[in-house]
Write a protein that binds this ligand. Structure first.
Ligand code: DX5
Ligand code: ZN
Length: 222
């Protein structure tokens, strides 16, 4: 996922009754990775994609799978999700105690490690883990549901993070998740986003095929 803007597809926004078809369409459209949302009904007020689904998706595609854990007890499940075959994994800063240790564990297992920040969580929580990070997931909506509006202050947060990365000469990707729409993508990328998560705002639209939507997103990229 280095050196270009990577486009990911949020699987929670795909058609569950035709998941294999959608994965094939995403592959053919040139999407770079699958984004796999895991929710526990506690850290976020919704339930999300489960482990068996991840194993099933892993069996049928070679696309990189990026897991986003929106759960209270990430420490208990990180190895389980890595065993199921993900290529990169993020967990949330807010409910987690031993963040540096967990990032290290993910990297030791050969998986790219990221921390996810809710819109209200400040960037200074990253100060002492910068060298442990492959990517930071800036939530551009409050996590849990598709179809929400962008929280505008998160654009400034992306720019600030980009500045920190450049000043410290770090190699950290900035992922954005939530309302990654045709309208918001240019602003997100301009601010510094390098990994996009396309959901109901752009990739999975009723009036546009996955292939046309993907092309429209790529046309917006520099
Ligand atoms: C929230 C999810 C969503 C998802 C939906 O926790 O991770 O952000 O990708 O995308 P949109 O906002 O486009 O429906
Ligand atoms: Zn997500």
């Amino acid at each position: 996922m280095k050196n270009k803007i990577a486009l990911g597809a949020s699987l929670m926004c795909a058609d569950y009754l035709n998941l294999e078809r959608d994965i094939r369409l995403l592959e053919q459209s040139g999407v770079d990775y699958l984004h796999f949302d895991v929710m526990d009904g506690h850290f976020v007020p919704n339930f999300g994609l489960n482990l068996d689904l991840l194993k099933t998706a892993r069996r049928i595609t070679n696309l990189p799978i990026n897991v986003h854990l929106m759960i209270d007890n990430a420490a208990d499940y990180i190895d389980t999700y890595i065993d199921a075959g993900c290529n990169s994994l993020s967990f949330h800063q807010e409910p987690t105690y031993h963040i540096q240790k967990l990032l290290q564990r993910i990297k030791d297992r050969g998986v790219q490690a990221g921390i996810a920040l809710n819109p209200a969580t400040p960037l200074n929580t990253l100060e002492y883990i910068l060298s442990d990070l492959d990517f930071v997931l800036i939530m551009t909506v409050n996590p849990g549901f598709a179809g929400q509006e962008l929280v505008p202050s998160t654009l400034k947060k992306i720019s600030k993070l980009k500045k920190i990365i450049l000043e410290n000469k770090l190699d950290i990707e900035i992922q954005v998740d939530g309302n990654v729409s045709f309208e918001n993508i240019p602003n997100m990328v301009e601010a510094g986003a390098t990994m996009l998560v396309g959901g109901t705002s752009s990739l999975f639209l009723k009036k546009l095929t996955i292939s046309k939507a993907t092309q429209k997103i790529y046309d917006l990229l520099p």
